[in-house]
Write a protein that binds this ligand. Structure first.
Ligand code: URP
Ligand code: ZN
Ligand code: ZN
Length: 458
């Protein structure tokens, strides 16, 4: 039996029109006004609502062994939280550590996800070591449909690669037609500054940002861009946080480097004063690159509006309060990460589209379409078109609410955006034609999500 979403305002990255969407099986089969549909078709009344393509989060961590612990999440919980918040596909960072075998890690991540996700998903494969096996292993992973890599210039001796390994990875990525995403901070400087601060007795969370200053991120960004340029690869800077790093990336873009820029939810809405709060309150807001001085926020918003920052992810990476307290004696031990998968769409709609002058089509582009295009999901995902997956978000702009850990679906015991007002929320969310959420409640099928296999983009 088909489904008709009737009378909504259909908003994509390019267009806006009032109309009906007819879904058969898992895909959109017709778009128009006053569509005639078979008897027995389920009808969802979308009058007065917006209809967006399902949102895509290109940067999440769910299973993550990191900093002497594991991210506090499961695929079941994270995917349900994603869906009620309008995200119908996410791309998880598959991050075996430097001492682990890459292929074993890849299969372990896939196994964790399979059958447990309520929404669709894909992986970025982290390359955390480059040795004699790496090329063959990565080719196998690409053949399996994982066509994006991730490297860390930071986290030395754990996830981090050195310059030689970065060069090899990018060369192979260029040959395979694979995009390489990168965490850009200078590992050596971070390590030295951390030791210096601790030796001076500066152990609290407020010293996390000074241990990884803006210049350290700008250097990482410049170096990554230079390696992308010299290898002919395609690069994607993840979670860019500050004006100097933005300048470095834009400088590379204007000289023709094939470089794309992502920033993430916390960097648009939170500044370093959150991490400077006393005790665990500050620790809740530790991530890397760190929350920055507030003068950076309007710069990031302007770059998003103009499209210099192309995508907005979350870097969803939950650790609970007990885990954060592992760093009570030294900020270097605070597990890095802030969750956000549930809240990205509503917060960016409220503070971007509603109050920040962000064009609604740019909003759809940055939170869905552009990631679909960059990561080989388009036009199956990232738009509303005949033949596309019926991943749809019927959005209620009249909803009023407040972000709170007390009401979230995510399993973490805090929310980094506690108390933020939201003006808008998904009213109905479909994943390949099946209603998975209604008005903040997960009503769907837990195991519906599928791994989306992608082709290289040569
Ligand atoms: O602090 C962060 N960002 N945690 C997750 C790991 C990473 O660097 O993306
Ligand atoms: Zn990172
Ligand atoms: Zn991350």
């Amino acid at each position: 039996m088909g489904m008709l979403i009737k009378g909504g305002e259909i908003v994509t990255a390019e267009s806006r029109m009032r109309g009906d969407i007819f879904i058969e099986d898992e895909t959109v089969s017709a778009i128009g006004s006053g569509l005639t549909v078979p008897k027995g078709t389920e009808v969802i009344d979308a009058a007065g609502k917006l209809i967006f393509p399902g949102f895509i989060d290109p940067h999440v961590h769910i299973h993550l062994p990191f900093m002497a612990t594991f991210a506090k999440d499961t695929h079941a919980a994270a995917s349900k939280a994603a869906i009620v918040g309008g995200t119908t596909t996410f791309i998880e960072m598959c991050c075996p550590s430097r001492k682990d075998d890459a292929l074993e890690g890849y299969h372990a991540w896939k196994q964790k996800a399979e059958g447990n996700n309520a929404c669709d998903y894909a992986f970025h494969m982290a390359v955390t070591r480059y040795d004699a096996q790496t090329e063959a292993q990565l080719k196998e992973i690409v053949r399996d449909g994982t066509t994006s890599f991730k490297i860390f210039l930071s986290y030395k001796n754990f996830f981090g690669v050195d310059d030689e390994e970065m060069f090899q990875t990018l060369k192979l990525a260029a040959k395979l037609g694979v995009i390489t995403t990168a965490h850009c901070e200078n590992a050596e400087l971070v390590g030295q500054l951390q030791q210096q601060l601790l030796a001076e007795g500066k152990t609290g969370a407020e010293w996390h940002e000074p241990s990884r200053p803006e210049a350290v991120e700008a250097e990482g960004t410049t170096r990554f861009a230079t390696f992308v340029e010299q290898t002919g690869a395609t690069g994607y800077v993840v979670h860019l946080s500050c004006a100097p790093a933005l300048r470095a990336a834009v400088e590379a873009k204007v000289r023709g480097v094939n470089l794309h820029i992502e920033s993430v939810l916390p960097h648009f809405l939170l500044d370093k004063s959150y991490a400077e709060r006393a005790g665990v309150e500050g620790m809740k807001h530790i991530m890397s690159p760190p929350l920055r001085d507030k003068r950076n926020l309007p710069v990031l918003w302007n770059a998003l509006k103009t499209g210099l920052i192309e995508t907005v992810g979350t870097d969803h990476c939950p650790f609970d309060k007990e885990q954060k307290l592992l760093g009570a004696k030294a900020f270097t031990q605070i597990p890095n990460g802030i969750p956000g998968i549930e809240d990205r769409v509503n917060l960016m709609y409220t503070y971007g589209v509603k109050y920040g002058g962000l064009d609604i089509h740019r909003f759809v582009d940055a939170l869905s379409t552009r990631a679909a295009k960059l990561f080989g999901l388009y036009p199956r995902k990232g738009t509303i078109a005949v033949g596309s997956d019926a991943d749809l978000v019927v959005y209620d702009t009249k909803y009023r609410g407040t972000i709170s850990a007390a009401t979230q679906l995510g399993i973490n015991d805090y929310n980094g955006f506690e108390g933020f007002a939201i003006e808008g929320r998904p009213s109905v969310v479909t994943v390949r034609g099946k209603v998975q959420a209604r008005d903040g409640v997960f009503v769907g099928e837990q195991g519906r999500g599928r791994m989306i296999r992608r082709e290289p983009q040569l």
